[in-house]
Design a protein around this ligand. Structure first.
Ligand code: NDP
Ligand code: 13P
Length: 345
């Protein structure tokens, strides 16, 4: 059945999700910050800055008016960078319908509070809406989604009905949507994989091979799981699409902004120059900061995150970081399996 859906955020991910929804026959409004981009979407049906090769459905209507975009809409999907989430929610909260299905697709933490995105959203929107919130996560580069290449994702919510509604809304022949009740795990896995993707890009930039990449992915998943479980996630979520699935795609794909930024750092570029050259959000940088603080607060060992923190924010050379990781004390591989996040052996 055709539904009215508003997508908030017209970067690469918001634009790709708007395309999926339009393809599914829904009436899509796209909230765009930049009036020039709104004109471009409405007249040329393109988004040259964020998805240069994509031809968008003519039925997608872009607007810069947040009130008009979300007022009384039955479904709102948020796809903004994590640093903008609280401000955007504050702006749109007064206009949300009390029965709105709210889905977010953002992968990050709020740096100042170390909160997950759903915690930030829930603080800003009315309580009758927040209990029904869903998150969309999983291995899904926008560039492949707009080309209708096979993609699998997961929607997670504590509210069964929201999860199923979000699945129905987004699923099509090229975009397969699974459900999961573990909202916390889906959010944490989706955010933390970007740290490891920065590391994987760095490893490639330094000229290391597949063994190093495999090590980063596997030991990265170990520390992601360790922190996630300590913060209330279900362990199995980390072996699913939001966990290992997204870790694989982000650490191995040339589409990944995090991998690309990491690659430049590995080749000797300074962080600010790498970010400027990217021109798109590289969530892993802020997430490294947040995860480093969370690991300290929760007393969880996260060696890769700690080394990346040193490289990104303390001037450590990438090669020195690799030496530190390889030279750590002897340890038991499966220590992370303890449900409270502590290391057993
Ligand atoms: N790209 C992808 O393939 C995927 C991305 N994600 C996640 O989606 C989220 C959005 O990322 P993505 O679309 O890639 O980002 P992009 O870098 O492609 O686009 C960023 C978008 O956010 C807007 N923006 C930047 N700052 C603000 C602000 N302060 N207030 C409002 N809007 C702002 C930009 O607008 P302007 O142009 O006006 O600056 C632009 O529309 C991230 O959390 C990312 O991890 C998740 C899955 C896949
Ligand atoms: O989350 C993503 C793919 O699932 C996108 O990752 P990047 O932000 O690194 O491009």
């Amino acid at each position: 059945m055709r539904k009215e859906v508003t997508v908030v955020g017209a970067g690469s991910w918001g634009t790709a999700l708007a395309s999926v929804l339009a393809e599914n026959g829904h009436q899509v409004t796209l909230w765009v910050r930049d009036p020039k981009l709104a004109d471009e979407v409405n007249s040329k049906h393109t988004n040259a800055k964020y998805l240069p090769e994509a031809k968008l459905a003519e039925s997608i209507v872009a607007t810069t008016d947040i009130q008009a975009a979300v007022s009384d809409k039955p479904i709102v999907l948020l796809a903004v960078p994590s640093h903008a989430m609280r401000q955007i929610c504050r702006q749109l909260a007064p206009f949300l319908h009390k029965d709105v299905l709210l889905i977010h697709a953002t992968k990050g933490f709020e740096l100042e509070s170390l909160k997950r995105m759903s915690e930030v959203i829930m603080e800003e929107i009315p309580p009758e809406i927040s209990g029904k919130l869903a998150v969309l996560s999983g291995p899904s580069h926008a560039e492949e989604v707009v080309r209708r290449q096979p993609t699998t994702v997961v929607v997670a919510s504590e509210a069964e009905e929201s999860m199923l509604r979000a699945q129905d809304l987004l699923m099509n022949a090229n975009f397969r949507v699974y459900t999961n009740h573990d909202l916390i795990g889906a959010e944490i896995a989706g955010a933390l994989k970007n740290i490891i993707a920065l590391g994987a890009g760095m490893s490639d930039g330094l000229g290391f091979g597949d063994n190093a990449k495999a090590a980063l992915l596997t030991r990265g998943l170990a520390e992601i799981s360790r922190l996630g479980i300590k913060l209330g996630a279900l362990p199995l979520t980390f072996s699913g699409l939001a966990g290992v699935g997204d870790l694989i795609v982000t650490c191995t794909s040339r589409h990944s902004r995090n991998w690309r930024a990491g690659f430049m750092l590995g080749q000797g570029k300074k962080l600010d120059d790498a970010l400027e050259q990217m021109g798109m959000v590289v969530e892993g940088v802020r997430t490294t900061h947040a995860a480093h603080a969370l690991a300290q607060r929760e007393q969880v060992e996260m060696p890769i995150t700690s080394v990346l923190y040193g490289i990104l924010f303390e001037g450590k050379e990438p090669r020195q970081g690799v030496e530190e990781l390889m030279g750590r004390g002897k340890t038991f591989e499966m220590g992370y399996l303890n449900p409270d996040g502590s290391i057993e052996a």
